[in-house]
Design a protein around this ligand. Structure first.
Ligand code: PLP
Length: 464
């Protein structure tokens, strides 16, 4: 047999570019001015002052030519729009849920769901909280309890399924409060706040079995289910040859309903839905949606939005698409690891999370290391990131002091199909340069603190 040297085989994005959006390049002086004007908070920067925008992957995806064509097929009838039936069909075929109520975005679905299923005094276990999900559970009178596995709270733990539910924690909670007080288990694929970490199918099956025994529902926050399926295909024994669409379908089959933000996996700028298998829940939800979103065949969306989302759902479960999507995140993360930059590992599905505690160990947490780091990266290169640490964690209601979370992170969130590998190189080089100068970096002082969700609008100034 002929012996051949193994040659490198690169992969590239499974699409080509048909239209471009010009971005604005800035000088360091301009960025310094913009940063001061924004009170050192990347949420307060103007988009035109940003070169590469990694603030969020929500609603920032590039739509395909098929999706843009779908916009032109918008049927803007008030009732019974053709596009609603396309969306319903996509949800049934791809995810397997029986009933669908469109909503303007994910939190609209969370609102309706919480009103339908939660009674005051109920307990809602979940695999780590998400901001809007928890808030709607609480507004409906429920109490959220985190039952994620301990590995999720440790930035350096390499466990591949850090989104898993700890079954002992869940079982103890059922024992303590009784199954009647627990309307459903809230399970997110992947877990955003843990750094985009996936749940395994094995864990989902165990959760299904335990909840079935007690007559408790499982509701799926399926905002990034395709990205979760990618990790199952890569790391869960027996799934290496299973197509993404089959894994996605299997995940959904282990749950009773779902809330969905189309702004993530489904590659649209706006949209979401609530899916339910139990007919009586659906009837109630389709009645409530009329009050808060719109008629049950549009739920606050234009017909064209539903069409683009239906098409995006099919595109999101394509193996080549999802390999390139998560592959790009991993490409960036691996470059940073290779240069010794401390990041959350394993690398998550939708972004790379810098560990600001290890990046800036000389800064006490009360001088906002992650906020400082996000500002420094912007100043260095015009790359916009966001804080996920002490500022996001807010204050303790009893003591009035800051909450001091274990994880003090800067999130580099990658929009889908928007940036190229060269953009990722620019980002990595900028972070590496800031890392080289890290000892000179001083912290921040908060000069304005809003009452709610302070990370969005707080203002800072540099410490002397
Ligand atoms: C974005 C998001 C939501 C809320 O969806 P919106 O469309 O922003 O309202 C819920 N859960 C998770 C995990 C999310 O990432």
């Amino acid at each position: 047999m002929e012996r051949r040297k193994m040659r490198k085989r690169s992969w590239a994005e499974p699409y080509k570019i048909k239209m471009v959006e010009l971005v604005h390049m800035t000088t360091r002086e301009e960025r310094q001015k913009a940063l001061e004007k924004a009170g050192y908070n990347t949420f307060l920067l103007r988009s035109r002052d940003v070169y590469i925008d990694l603030l969020t992957d929500s609603g920032t995806s590039a739509m395909s030519d098929q999706q843009w064509a779908g916009l032109m097929r918008g049927d803007e009838a008030y009732a019974g729009s053709e596009n609603f039936y396309h969306l319903e069909d996509a949800v049934r075929k791809v995810y397997g849920y029986k009933h669908v109520v469109p909503t303007h975005q994910g939190r609209g679905a969370e609102h309706i769901l919480s009103k339908v299923l939660i009674k005051p005094g109920d307990i809602v276990p979940g695999n780590m909280y998400f901001t809007t999900t928890r808030l709607h559970q609480e507004l409906a009178g429920g109490t959220f309890v985190d039952v994620i596995c301990d590995e999720a709270h440790d930035a350096e733990n390499l466990f591949p399924f850090k989104g898993n539910i700890d079954l002992n924690k869940l079982e103890n909670l059922i024992k303590t409060h009784g199954a009647k007080k627990i309307p459903y288990v809230s399970i997110a694929t992947t877990v955003n706040m843990a750094g985009g970490q996936p749940v395994s199918l094995e864990n989902l099956r165990q959760v299904r079995e335990l909840t079935k025994k007690h007559g408790i529902l499982v509701i799926h926050d399926m905002t990034r289910v395709a990205e979760n399926a990618y990790f199952i295909q890569r790391s869960e024994p027996g799934y290496q040859k299973t197509p993404i669409r089959k894994i996605v379908h299997e995940i959904c089959s282990l749950t009773d309903g779902a809330t969905f933000s189309g702004k993530k996996d489904a590659l649209v700028n706006i949209g979401g839905f609530l899916a339910l298998n139990r007919r009586k829940d659906y009837i109630e939800a389709s009645n409530l949606v009329v009050v808060y979103e719109g008629l049950h065949t549009y739920g606050g969306l234009a017909g064209r939005d539903m069409e683009a989302m239906a098409i995006g759902i099919y595109e999101s479960i394509d193996d080549d698409h999802i390999h390139a999507r998560v592959g790009q995140v991993e490409y960036l993360g691996q470059q940073l690891i290779d240069h010794g930059v401390p990041i959350v590992q394993p690398i998550g599905g939708h972004g790379v999370f810098l560990d600001a505690k290890r990046f800036l160990p000389h800064l006490p947490q009360a001088s906002f290391p992650a906020q400082t780091l996000a500002a420094e990266i912007y100043l260095d290169s015009g790359v916009r990131t966001m804080e996920r640490g002490i500022v996001s964690a807010g204050r303790n209601k009893q003591t009035g002091d800051h909450n001091y979370p274990n994880l003090e992170l800067v999130r580099l969130t990658i929009p889908r199909r928007v940036y190229t590998q060269a953009h990722m190189d620019v980002v990595a080089e900028s972070v590496e340069d800031v890392f080289a100068k890290r000892k000179k970096i001083k912290g921040l002082d908060m000069t304005y603190e809003p009452k709610y969700l302070r990370f969005f609008q707080a203002r800072f100034k540099p410490l002397k």
